[in-house]
Design a protein around this ligand. Structure first.
Ligand SMILES: Cc1cc2nc3c(=O)[nH]c(=O)nc-3n(C[C@H](O)[C@H](O)[C@H](O)COP(=O)(O)OP(=O)(O)OC[C@H]3O[C@@H](n4cnc5c(N)ncnc54)[C@H](O)[C@@H]3O)c2cc1C
Length: 317
């Protein structure tokens, strides 16, 4: 009889877990509370006065050093949903034309349901019950993989103390991202600035999306953690103040070119401490996956999803 398997989270860990289970002949359903697939591999699209602005306000690129992720990217390069990003070693990649196209492409044979929030996970004999927001009845599954960032995952795992304990060992830094669309910037400006080594700066990374006039500016962990709940005008001003010296343009020129701006607040952005311990409950068919198990990168989250899928597959067989 076919198994009913739930994967919570349509980020790269959830997609990778589902793909792996599918390769073993097991179908899954992915649910995610957000509007769009991808989690922190995020694309923001704004249409304004006949213009369309596209931003990558979460992950800016990813590496593919591991065999399975590399193979997956190769097939998407052929389909044109992935492009090499600049000339880095190891090579970095980006979704094309947007990050979302890549995520949709690699999940096209998986059932993904967005705008569906899980609010409780419970034991039911040897199965797992799940409660959704706006529902009074629990659904029963043969197995569950939960891929939310560790602090959100803990809230759902109160009935699973072994996994809660593992999740409690992980921690994250926040990241405040400012998206800016410009009318036009001089061609001499590079497409990215890596400021992560410069500790005196409040920014860590600035890059345009595949549209060279749409930029995302990431504040560094210290600034983001300290200012996360501060006034948005204050935060925007602080970030904008840094731009003239980075772009080597006047304050006036920069502000006259901005046609759209938006802040995004990632509470759990980058893993600070990786979780230590088991990935599957010793007694129940429930596993956890995500960057918090392997490291703060897209590729690490992908690997963690595959590991959780392996564990669930063996538990069910
Ligand atoms: C600003 C920023 C920049 C980054 N830059 C890079 C980079 O350049 N390169 C790189 O490799 N990595 C980067 N990262 C890290 C990378 O994005 C993450 O490591 C990776 O995307 C994590 O994937 P995940 O599947 O583990 O989690 P997520 O992508 O967070 O997926 C978890 C999903 O769970 C969903 N969810 C949460 N709660 C519930 C609920 N109750 N019910 C249902 N669904 C729920 C969320 O909506 C989300 O979609 C960056 C991250 C951020 C935030």
């Amino acid at each position: 009889m076919s198994k009913k398997i739930l994967v919570i989270g349509s980020g790269i860990a959830g997609i990778s877990a589902s793909r792996k289970l599918k390769s073993y002949g097991l179908e899954t359903i992915i649910v995610d509370k957000g509007d769009f697939i991808g989690g922190r591999i995020a694309t923001h699209i704004k249409e304004k006065e006949n213009n369309k602005f596209t931003f990558f306000h979460g992950a800016q690129f990813f590496t593919a050093r591991s065999k399975n992720f590399n193979q997956l990217l190769k097939s998407d390069i052929n389909k044109n949903y992935i492009k090499k990003y600049e000339n880095f070693s190891p090579q970095r990649y980006r979704g094309f034309p947007t990050m979302r196209n890549f995520l949709s492409s690699i999940s096209n044979e998986i059932y993904v349901k967005q705008k569906t929030k899980v609010i409780g996970i419970f034991k039911n004999n040897k199965k797992i019950n799940v409660l959704y927001e706006n529902s009074s009845k629990e659904d029963t599954y043969d197995a569950v993989i939960s891929t939310l960032p560790a602090p959100q995952n803990i809230e759902l795992m109160t009935k699973f103390p072994y996994l809660s304990k593992v999740l409690s060992t992980a921690s994250y830094d926040s990241c405040i991202a400012l998206m800016l669309a410009f009318k036009s910037l001089p061609d001499t400006i590079p497409s990215y600035f890596d400021l992560s080594k410069n500790k005196s700066n409040i920014l860590s990374w600035l890059a345009s999306s595949n549209d060279k006039n749409c930029w995302t500016i990431h504040a560094n962990a210290i600034f983001s953690n300290e200012n996360f709940i501060k006034d948005q005008f204050f935060i925007k001003d602080q970030i904008l103040n840094e731009l003239p010296k980075i772009f080597k343009l006047s304050d006036h020129l920069i502000s006259s070119q901005i046609v759209y701006s938006k802040l995004h607040f990632w509470k759990y952005a980058k893993v600070n401490n990786i979780a230590k311990g088991i990935q599957i409950d010793p007694n129940y068919p429930i596993a956890i996956a995500g960057d918090f198990m392997e490291g703060s990168r897209v590729e690490s989250a992908f690997i963690s999803g595959e590991k959780a899928a392996e564990l669930i597959f063996h538990r069910l067989n």
